[in-house]
Design a protein around this ligand. Structure first.
Ligand SMILES: Nc1ncnc2c1ncn2[C@@H]1O[C@H](COP(=O)(O)OP(=O)(O)OP(=O)(O)O)[C@@H](O)[C@H]1O
Length: 232
């Protein structure tokens, strides 16, 4: 097995190619992309619009399958999992953070965070509420637990979404443009939070267009026309 500085990687993408069938004919969105990331890394995925960032993320989270190549995440061969196994695997192993937060509007903040625990039955029922509260403390919004998401600022909603992504203590957190809808000061606070999460051991992969992330990330992969053009 591939090892990264002696450690098993959390993400091990090997020669992944993704070709979509389109009415105009086949379109290759990823070309022989390889990428390895270890525990505790904070990886930024950058590249122009259409370069393949979301397609790569979809391969890593198992939302979509490669046309060829292999995707290993947290020890699972994601490209080989069937849909049912994949849903259960994803719920426990991958926390996802979106640009527009996507909290359920009719549930309180704490209830939103308990939802992945309920879905995956990861913690005993009696532990879920105190665990949600502890996660809210970790992301700095403990006092917002019983409010509806609409009562929170954008930055607070993103912190709540990050707490939800950590609900099942996944080894990997994936964030697609998580600061795209935040003002620059709030964006820096969210980047600092991701950096702290990575330092605590969770691998964080973030698609970003901004350059504000540079001080906080541990590595960058750049895509151009579906291929890795730089990995530093
Ligand atoms: N389901 C699909 N069917 C056909 N083509 C697709 C599909 N999904 C993506 N593509 C194409 O693959 C290429 C890469 O798309 P992708 O969404 O991965 O880019 P991106 O780098 O995430 O872009 P953006 O920064 O605009 O979100 C684009 O040319 C896109 O049109």
């Amino acid at each position: 097995m591939f090892r990264l500085g002696g450690r098993v990687p959390i993400i091990d993408v090997r020669e992944v190619t993704k070709t979509y069938d389109t009415p105009q004919g086949p379109f290759t969105a990823l070309r022989a992309v390889s990428l390895q990331t270890g525990p505790g890394e904070f990886l930024a995925v950058v590249g122009r619009s259409g370069s393949g960032k979301s397609t790569l993320i979809n391969m890593i989270t198992g939302i979509d399958r490669p046309t060829s190549g292999e995707v290993h995440v947290a020890g699972a061969a994601v490209h080989e999992l069937d849909q049912r196994t994949l849903a259960a695997w994803r719920g426990r192993n991958v926390g996802v953070v979106f640009q527009f937060f996507q909290l359920l509007p009719t549930l309180t903040v704490a209830e939103n965070i308990m939802l992945p625990m309920d879905f995956c039955d990861t913690f005993p029922r009696a532990e879920r509420r105190p665990r949600a509260q502890a996660l809210l403390e970790r992301v700095g919004i403990a006092e917002q637990a019983d409010k509806l998401p609409s009562a929170l600022s954008g930055g607070q909603q993103q912190r709540a979404a990050i707490a939800r992504a950590l609900a099942n203590d996944p080894p990997l957190l994936v964030a697609d443009e998580p600061t795209g809808n935040l003002d620059s000061d709030t964006a820096v606070d969210v980047l600092k939070l991701f950096a702290a999460i990575a330092t605590a051991g969770t691998t964080v992969v973030m698609v970003t267009h901004g350059s504000d992330a540079a001080p906080y990330i541990t590595s960058t992969v750049e895509l151009a026309d579906g291929a890795v053009s730089a990995h530093v």
